[in-house]
Design a protein around this ligand. Structure first.
Ligand SMILES: FC(F)c1nnc(N2CCN(c3ncnc4sc(CC(F)(F)F)cc34)CC2)s1
Length: 492
């Protein structure tokens, strides 16, 4: 039977965001499984129209005339869907695969069907993640190939084949209890693809790329969440399509309300980023959404995901909430220390390098220059912040321990010493580095000491500052503002 089911056809032509929402809503509410190929073609068609080869006009009237939303015709979608169905059903002779559950050979065959249709060029450009890109340009990125294999599997009625996602790679699970795994796409640059192989060996390496056995294993609804989350509203480095961003945001809220982001931390992170750009009144604020992503990673993935902490850390950094951002990065480092660094973990290496060699130095520079802002100035006198920076580096050191590839080099040490030296010596004396471990290895909570040391430090600062103030010239002394701040706190 060619073409997709009639109920979906009534939504066409799609003329605005709400008509797309209604199509996704109906697909998600059943009774059949959501049709991955259909939804990927529709969303890819809209993304392609809204982000590619747009004449960026300067004058007002063009903006007024340009359609703010592309019309998606049934004929376009039907033709592409039929093309995909013909390719897949024409290439895979199902009579050869009779078992109730899929075999590794079948998974490899489906991957070959997608793989052999790909053009050789440009795999890491944007907008190559959808079946629209595959069917109109024979181009897919790493995620797109894995998603295409799962969409093809669904067309072939193989409902045991599902998408498995790490923070930088994708593969499939299949078989009787859904625990067989197979590579179906490539990863990174210059790495031979391992298509058809099980991922057991890669997991054994304890690499971040495979999340050491804690990937996001999708059901059909989460596969819809992945295709929505993988949508990319960017037109170029400087500009995003407002309409595409709004559509992605509304689709993610639809999936959120149906509970399909519960076990998908990156989907929640993407939603938090979109809410920062364009907040929905009556919806949780970005920080709450990032917290849900962290709680999800703790609850479902034994706290083995890094991105929930760097989503929140990046947000706090942009809001100049530096103390809290540094705490998030220490938590991110507390995750990465559980892994061994392997050569295919470059993406997360770059993430930690940027935090260490750019973001933290920018913070200590900013607060030591901007002495008018007392709250910021206090950072360099706060033992907790100092402790979090040490925890941040300690996690990276532990990540390196036992790894086949080194992580740190002298550049890291130069930035580390630059940042730590900006802290007041007394603060550096104040922290308690090694928490005593009681018999079962749990670190003893010495919160009361922390608060005590903080209070002591404040007392210390007051007396010390008073002495300094008496000797110092009028006004210039940076500690003066700290003293005023403390006096205010006293009076309040
Ligand atoms: F932590 C913050 F800095 C981040 N900001 N954007 C981040 N992205 C954004 C989008 N992104 C993702 N967002 C949703 N789902 C997935 S599945 C996946 C791995 C692969 F592409 F399938 F191979 C990546 C990814 C990767 C992580 S982390």
């Amino acid at each position: 039977m060619a073409g997709f089911r009639d109920p979906a056809k009534k939504h066409f032509p799609l003329t605005d965001i709400s008509s797309v929402i209604n199509l996704f809503k109906e697909q998600l509410e059943g009774p059949d499984e959501p049709n991955l190929a259909l939804l990927s073609i529709v969303l890819g068609c809209i993304e392609n129209t809204l982000t590619l080869n747009r004449a960026i006009s300067t004058n007002e009237d063009d903006r007024l005339l340009r359609p703010i939303f592309p019309v998606v015709d049934l004929s376009t979608v039907d033709a592409l869907y039929t093309k995909f169905e013909t390719l897949v059903k024409g290439s895979v002779d199902l009579t050869k695969y009779t078992g109730t559950f899929s075999s590794r050979e079948l998974v490899k065959k489906i991957s070959d069907v997608i793989w052999s249709s790909l053009s050789r060029s440009f795999k890491d450009k944007a907008h190559l993640q959808s079946l629209y890109s595959f069917l109109t340009g024979n181009k897919l990125d790493c995620f797109g190939v894995a998603f295409g294999v799962v969409a093809a599997s669904q067309l072939l009625g193989r409902n045991d084949i599902h998408l498995s996602l790490s923070e930088d790679h994708a593969w499939v699970v299949f078989g009787e209890d859904g625990t067989d795994t197979a590579e179906v796409t490539w990863h990174g640059k210059g790495n031979e693809d391992k298509r058809g192989q099980s991922i057991a060996l890669s997991v054994a390496e304890k690499s971040w790329l495979y999340l050491n056995g804690h990937p996001v294993i999708c059901d059909r609804n989460m596969e819809v969440a992945a295709l929505v989350s993988a949508a990319n509203p960017s037109i170029n480095m400087m500009t995003d399509s407002i309409e595409m961003g709004a559509l992605q945001q509304e689709l993610l809220w639809l999936l959120y309300d149906k509970g399909h982001l519960l076990k998908y931390p990156m989907g929640l992170g993407n939603l938090g980023d979109l809410e920062e750009i364009s907040p929905n009144p009556g919806r949780p604020p970005p920080l709450a959404i990032f917290q849900e992503a962290i709680s999800s990673a703790i609850k479902y993935y034994d706290n083995h995901h890094v991105y929930p902490y760097t989503y929140m850390g990046g947000y706090l950094y942009r809001k100049r909430r530096y103390k809290e951002a540094i705490k998030c990065w220490a938590e991110a480092s507390n995750v990465i220390r559980k892994f061994n660094y392997t050569r295919e973990d470059e993406e997360i290496y770059k993430e930690f390098l940027e935090i260490s060699n750019e973001l933290i130095p920018n913070i200590v520079k900013a607060v030591s220059l901007n002495t008018t802002d007392r709250v910021q100035m206090n950072i360099l006198y706060n033992p907790e912040v100092y402790g979090d920076i040490l925890r941040f580096y300690d996690g990276i050191c532990e990540w390196e321990e036992g790894s086949s590839t080194p992580v740190l080099h002298v550049g890291w040490a130069q930035h580390l010493t630059f940042s730590l030296n900006k802290f007041d010596p007394r603060t550096r004396a104040k922290i308690d580095v090694g928490k005593d471990e009681d018999e079962d290895g749990e670190k003893e909570e010495n919160d009361e000491n922390d608060n005590e040391s903080e209070a002591r430090l404040k007392e210390e600062l007051k007396t010390d500052n008073r002495n300094k103030l008496l000797q110092s010239k009028e006004g210039k002394d940076p500690l003066k503002t700290v003293l005023e701040d403390l006096k205010k706190e006293d009076s309040s």
